[in-house]
Design a protein around this ligand. Structure first.
Ligand SMILES: Cc1cc2nc3c(=O)[nH]c(=O)nc-3n(C[C@H](O)[C@H](O)[C@H](O)COP(=O)(O)O)c2cc1C
Length: 134
């Protein structure tokens, strides 16, 4: 795992909703928006699965995700990639459920997705676009 620098965390924290890319076992890509995404420590992100369909199937077949965030004011953009675990019980699931239900008790919280950050890239246009930073 790698640690997200402060500027990466700040950029993600300002992005809402966050695009989440997954792929099926054949590599067919899929991207969705998620509002319920939060950084829980330097190496870990939690995502709430309320409505995942193709995304949930992809996570079972191919447990990896990529997210991208952009801060137009700071002129920064980063891609973060990682491996995931999906949990539907236990302390992380319980925490995610409390977080989601604080916003709306109507949301189903089918599962919690734990993302372990493994790669970070600069995605801002310019000479450093695409360069790995962690
Ligand atoms: C603004 C916005 C925020 C969303 N937030 C979430 C979310 O936090 N969790 C979730 O499960 N789905 C969320 N969705 C729904 C997903 O984007 C998507 O519709 C769902 O995963 C079904 O697509 P799929 O079949 O590609 O998985 C959100 C959609 C929008 C437009």
């Amino acid at each position: 795992m790698v640690k997200m620098p402060a500027e990466v965390q700040e950029t993600i924290n300002k992005q809402s909703p966050v695009p989440i890319a997954t792929a099926d076992a054949d590599g067919k890509p899929n991207v969705v928006f998620v509002g319920f995404l939060r950084i829980v420590d330097d190496e870990t992100i939690h995502i709430a699965d309320n409505f995942f369909d193709k995304t949930a199937a992809n996570l079972l077949e191919n447990p990896r995700v990529s997210i991208v965030a952009y801060d137009g004011g700071a002129k920064k953009s980063f891609q973060v990639k990682g491996s995931i675990e999906v949990v539907a019980e236990g302390p992380v699931y319980d925490d995610v459920k409390v977080w989601v239900h604080a916003k709306s008790k109507a949301l189903p919280v089918k599962a919690a997705v734990i993302m372990h950050v493994e790669e970070i890239y600069n995605a801002m246009y310019g000479p450093d676009a695409g360069k790995r930073i962690a």
